[in-house]
Design a protein around this ligand. Structure first.
Ligand SMILES: [Zn+2]
Length: 427
């Protein structure tokens, strides 16, 4: 049993107040949250007791949209128009990637997630065996999202991956998905819809990230991407739409009706000038909202604190209303919404039986003082520098700036540097 004591608990189980309680963890799960009796303490066997010294313990953040291995393109091709960035820089470099590259660059991303209090990623990429190894070796939780594109011949691979990676590890699940409408032909999308029906499974896909994407989809099919996916039956069992920046009221109706999650990526949308997602409007319409960083080539960092601040700040600007998108809603989306969008239903809160995916926030730093309101401090002035400890599945993977991922971070940085030099010189 691991005991966290002398701290304050934001359990996110109904109350937005941090309360003086303890959290006990056993076999990867939360065993107890509350104030223990002397008898309970006496009869428990603690392998480790953390004195929180008044700091905050809460459920971790989940990153509901990313492409982890794209760390290799961080700060490689910035300050370019989106189409040039994607087609002239990103796609040609990606075409040269090997499994070993994906392995090391995914590990680099895991380190960064941990420093930001993120314990799970909803990741869309390729070289899945290497990606799988990188994450599980670190002890990091991931939900792999189908990333197929092109023609319908790719659907077979999607089904193989779906069957292969679900059940392979307690830290890993796999969800049906494809890259986007604009990189898939009609038969591929029909094939994905058939799989959704066969497995009664949700489908997750990029959706309405740019104006161009939506305009071209309407030109081609007479429908927006959300309308097209609805017509095909792709969303019959829910799923997620990544970005949802250029979204009509009818798109929102579809998401609401099908229980599809809108995953907002405000950092990436800002940097690529894609636009501001209509989060407030979606919320009013009853659409569920989750938060993702998107990949490190477009963001460029994997930091949930920055996403939370941008999410609320952009809504306030967009609506010319400082009360738009309040802090408790934002925190909820980044913790619970994101977990639910990924199907991690037991990672949303600190309660008995939940997964022990949690973080400790250092309140004894200037940006977290005074404590008028801890939730507002987290969203408006909080930063990854406040993350003292990150635990995933009951294992401490990051604590006081040190990693416990089975590998020296210096070796990960060095390998990434070597591989990048090699990659650039590959024909
Ligand atoms: Zn993306």
């Amino acid at each position: 049993m691991i005991r966290f004591k002398n701290g304050r608990v934001l359990d996110m189980n109904g109350s937005a107040e941090a309360e003086e309680k303890e959290v006990w963890v056993q076999d990867g799960k939360i065993a107890f949250v509350g104030l223990p009796s002397d008898q309970m303490i006496k009869s428990a066997v603690f392998e480790r007791e953390y004195d929180l010294e008044g700091n905050l313990i809460m459920p971790s953040f989940k990153n509901a949209h990313t492409h982890s291995a794209m760390t290799f393109l961080r700060s490689y091709a910035d300050d370019l128009p989106l189409q040039d960035w994607l087609f002239k820089q990103v796609f040609p470099m990606e075409a040269k990637l090997t499994g070993e590259d994906v392995y090391w660059f995914s590990k680099l991303a895991v380190l960064e997630y941990l420093t930001s209090g993120i314990t799970a990623s909803f990741d869309m990429y390729f070289e899945l065996d290497d990606y799988f190894r990188a994450n599980t070796e670190c002890g990091f939780r991931t939900v792999m999202c189908g990333a197929i594109s092109g023609d319908s011949s790719a659907v077979k691979r999607l089904e193989e991956n779906y069957r292969r990676f679900n059940g392979i590890s307690p830290l890993v699940t796999y969800r049906l998905g494809f890259h986007a409408e604009y990189t898939a032909d009609y038969e591929l999308m029909e094939g994905v819809a058939e799989l959704a029906e066969k497995y009664k499974a949700p489908v997750s896909v990029h959706n309405s990230e740019t104006q161009k994407e939506v305009a071209e989809c309407i030109q081609k099919y007479g429908k927006t991407p959300a309308e097209l996916f609805e017509a095909l039956g792709i969303y019959n069992y829910g799923g997620a739409g990544f970005h949802c920046v250029h979204f009509s009221d009818n798109d929102m109706e579809i998401f609401k009706k099908r229980g599809v999650w809108a995953v907002t990526c405000p950092g990436s949308n800002s940097k690529l000038a894609s636009g501001i997602a209509p989060i407030c409007r979606m919320r009013e319409k009853g659409v569920n909202i989750a938060v993702g960083t998107d990949g490190p080539a477009s963001n460029n960092c994997l930091d949930m604190f920055r996403e939370m601040f941008l999410m609320t700040a952009l809504q306030k600007i967009d609506r010319a209303d400082a009360s738009a998108c309040p802090a408790d809603f934002v925190l909820n989306a980044a913790v619970k919404g994101s977990a639910l969008a990924m199907g991690l239903d037991d990672c949303t809160e600190l309660s008995e039986g939940s997964q022990a995916d949690l973080i400790v926030i250092d309140l004894s730093q200037p940006n977290m003082q005074p404590e008028n309101n801890i939730v507002k401090n987290l969203v408006y002035s909080g930063s990854k520098q406040n993350v003292k400890l990150t635990m995933c599945a009951g294992k401490v993977l990051y604590e006081n700036g040190k990693f416990n991922v089975g590998e020296d971070p210096k070796r990960i940085y060095a390998r990434c540097g070597e591989l990048l030099r090699e990659l650039k010189s590959r024909p």
